[in-house]
Design a binder for this molecule. Structure first.
Ligand code: SAM
Length: 186
């Protein structure tokens, strides 16, 4: 079930700003993106998927490493910004919808979950984990702020839930965030 309270919270944030977390301007975000892309590596990835792409700031850096990149985002205003940010890229598909319910029938060789998991309910993470177990063929990269959130879950609890389905990830800890790698190649 979509969590209406979370959707209302996110819609309000994007009504106030098209960059609510300063993804375009913050030095912290830039450093986090660099660490994330370093772990992702140069690719190329045949079919990459980013769930919760926001205004597309990170996706615009990822797209050149992908044969094809599918972006999923549940807030229309955020997706409109992502479409603008990715306009120069011809290899991107946009899905306006909420994960896990609206996930497409892809077999991605890279899945990026950057600062999105703690917006999901534990039940949604369960369903997402099952979808990933069945569909993901490469690596799943999850990036999470490790401080408190305004949501039901924080980043650490969200990863614990996903690890209960996918197995233990390799974890890289940074100041304020963690990057977890779930290897689905085995
Ligand atoms: C904090 S932003 C992160 C954006 C981008 N991934 C990054 O790291 O720069 C999280 C985004 O995930 C979206 N989101 C949250 N829950 C979602 C869901 N269940 N399905 C799709 N998008 C979701 C939010 O609307 C928001 O734009």
């Amino acid at each position: 079930m979509p969590c209406e309270e979370v959707l209302a919270h996110l819609t309000g944030l994007y009504a106030a700003s098209d960059d609510p977390w300063q993804h375009r301007t913050s030095a912290y975000e830039a450093a986090k993106y660099a660490a994330t892309l370093d772990i992702i590596g140069p690719g190329p990835f045949d079919q990459a998927l980013e769930i919760g792409c926001g205004n597309g700031t990170l996706a615009a850096l990822l797209a050149p490493r992908c044969g094809h990149l599918t972006l999923m985002e549940c807030i229309p205003a955020a997706m409109a910004s992502a479409r603008m940010a990715l306009a120069p890229q011809s290899n991107v598909t946009f899905i306006e919808g909420q994960a896990p319910a609206a996930l497409p029938p892809l077999r991605p060789d890279l899945v990026l979950l950057s600062e999105v998991l703690y917006f999901l309910t534990p039940e949604e993470i369960g369903d997402l984990g099952e979808w990933l177990r069945r569909h993901a063929s490469g690596r799943i990269i999850a990036v999470n702020w490790t401080g408190p959130t305004d949501e039901q879950l924080d980043g650490n609890a969200a990863i614990d839930l996903l690890a209960g389905i996918l197995g233990q990830p390799a974890t890289h800890r940074h100041d304020g965030f963690r990057i977890d790698i779930f290897d689905m190649t085995g």
